[in-house]
Ligand binder design. Structure first.
Ligand code: HMG
Ligand code: MG
Length: 307
């Protein structure tokens, strides 16, 4: 990828909505269609996990069936097992994502398995998915700290990243699930992972709990990472990480990248409208500073014209 471009993976419809009150299918579909129209090229559209564990993502089959797909956009889904893969294949996604945490306690809470057993199980799942022609993305959670067991060594994450990459994941998204990382820790982590897999295969997934996400992204851009996950309006969190707030808002990320001449191909004004749409449906505040600034300007302009 050209140094002046960045690739954004929009996770609001999955990571965002999985931690909000459940929405009806029509609203989820409208949300994804509106995201598609902004120029986003990768939208994580849902997950095929147990609806008992994450009820918000039930009906992802209907959502994936009903969205209008832009041919150049990737619509992916999160899967934990063969049952999820079967559902993902049935709705013809071209990409799936598997997920594992860097610590045992988090894997027990999120997958009901130890890290070791999840890895064994993923080896065959990734093989089956790639045999069926699917691209597989691998998430590693809790890369800069775990809500249950505290600090995490960069070497633990880099070994796990290598294992997933060697199993066939084309990209590894490093998730700061509880948003505690700072720029130096993020750089140390990326440097360690880059010693095990190509830097071009690394994506970063920062939750913005402590407001550090953009500083961390700047630090990691300097190391050559160009793929970032974010969530419009900063929706969400993680149901198994108490206190974790949403991902970095996509509007803030796009504005931040544009400000240094990095092209994302996304229409910021349109994106702000999509964030406003979903916040109204969820009856919640918008976590994006950029969106709030632009929306208040629009409202002021409207009021001025009306006078
Ligand atoms: P389990 O209870 O051990 O599974 O859960 P099981 O195999 O015993 O099955 C229990 C029931 O779930 C059965 O139904 C299965 O059919 C059903 P029953 O017979 O009781 O009626 N089931 C499923 N249903 C639909 N789709 C499936 C599926 N699998 C089983 N795929 C399991 C194990 C892995 C299923 C469960 O723990 C689970 O679904 N976990 C997912 C949790 C989750 O989605 N967490 C959030 C995503 S991760 C995240 O947010 C972090 C990330 O954003 C990165 C970051 O921020 O760091 C990615
Ligand atoms: Mg997340």
């Amino acid at each position: 990828m050209n140094k002046q471009q960045a690739h954004i993976v929009e996770v609001g419809a999955r990571d965002g909505l999985q931690n909000e009150p459940p929405l009806d299918i029509a609203t989820r579909v409208a949300f994804i269609n509106k995201l598609s129209a902004t120029g986003l090229r990768h939208i994580e559209a849902g997950s095929f996990v147990s609806p008992k564990w994450v009820p918000q993502m039930a009906d992802s089959t209907a959502v994936l069936q009903q969205i209008e797909r832009v041919p150049t956009t990737t619509y992916s889904a999160l899967i934990p097992n063969q049952q999820g893969l079967t559902q993902a294949l049935a709705v013809k996604v071209t990409e799936v994502a598997i997920f594992i945490a860097a610590t045992d306690p988090f894997n027990q809470k999120n997958l009901n398995q130890t890290t070791e057993s999840a890895l064994r199980h993923y080896e065959s799942l990734i093989q089956t998915a790639t045999d069926q022609g699917l691209a597989v993305r691998g998430y590693i959670s809790c890369v800069l700290g775990c809500p249950y067991s505290g600090s995490v060594l960069p070497e633990t994450v880099s070994q796990l990243a290598k294992q997933l990459y060697d199993m066939g994941c084309y990209q590894i998204s490093l998730g700061d699930t509880i948003g505690i990382g700072t720029a130096v820790a993020a750089q140390t982590l990326v440097a360690a992972v880059s010693r095990q897999i190509p830097t071009s295969a690394i994506a970063l997934h920062f939750h913005n709990t402590y407001g550090q996400a953009l500083a961390n992204i700047q630090a990691c851009l300097e190391l050559g990472v160009h793929t970032f996950d974010s969530s419009v309006a900063g929706l969400g969190g993680c149901p198994f990480a108490p206190g974790a707030s949403g991902n970095l808002p996509t509007e803030d990320l796009v504005y931040f990248l544009q400000g240094q001449g990095i092209d994302t191909g996304i229409d910021l004004n349109q994106l702000v409208q999509v964030g406003d749409f979903i916040c109204r449906h969820l009856n919640r505040g918008n976590q994006s500073n950029v969106a709030n600034a632009l929306l208040s300007q629009t409202n002021t302009d409207r009021n001025c014209h009306a006078q």
